[in-house]
Ligand binder design. Sequence first.
Ligand code: SF4
Ligand code: MG
Length: 288
Amino acid sequence: STEQLKASIPSLRAKDYKSDVKPVWCPGCGHFGVLAALTKTLAYLELPPEQVAVVSGIGCSSRLPAYLAVHGFHGVHGRALPLATGLKAARPELTVIAAGGDGDGFSIGGNHFLHACRRNQDLTYIVMDNEVYGMTKGQASPTTQPDWCRSKLTPHGTGMRRFQPAAIALAAGASFIARGFAGDPNGLTRLLAAAIEHPGFAFVQVLSPCRTFRPEQQEWKQLVHACELGPAHDAARAAELIQRDDGLGLGLLFEQKIPVYAAGVAADAADTLTAAERLAAIEAEHCR
Ligand code: SF4
Ligand code: MG
């Protein structure tokens, strides 16, 4: 029986989800903590490696798939979410995780982020946010403070207000929003497990310090705090709470169970329907 088969297979440990490739991240980079938390999460959820796919764009954090012993795809800059969306539509039985950084996800990939939030396909999106482009040597990213002036490109700061990932995800219709910290692997493991188990689009912003270009982020260890927002199921209340948030509160910020996007519906109908009927079916499905 399946039960006997399951019992005969020794359960996997976190290290079994690590590949043999040695990370090239700088010593002390926060992304090591995310890698450790993700492998612990996959082991905790007992997900068979062949049932998991991790998809990324470009950046230091986007190297993640190479370091995992699950299916991986290292795509092009900013396109982790379109790749993950297509993969999940074609292979709905897979657990699909998109991962990357703040530059990749919120700048060039910002538009994809908005639409992934409102589509509510069953995906997990991990953004390792260090408020900088690390791979290209430390330029300001969408989440950089307006007065951060250590980059030669912005010697007087960017002068622009920061992208607010949690507030924007909420406004765009995300059904699960959480914030974790790379220096808190146990807390992050719990959030990632909840995100993967959430039916629908789960967005996890992970504060992941860049040791090399933002050494001051080492202070995050002292500054992060348990989130006072708590799971606020009412979107209006969550919006109010997220607005008051200082960006360093950790925990589940918002969760709501809403219908999950299913690509199969329109595709099945396409076999037997005329083009006009197909359009009507798609509209009926999506306007519910
Ligand atoms: Fe990590 Fe920054 Fe080094 Fe990139 S540049 S590997 S983000 S410490
Ligand atoms: Mg970054």
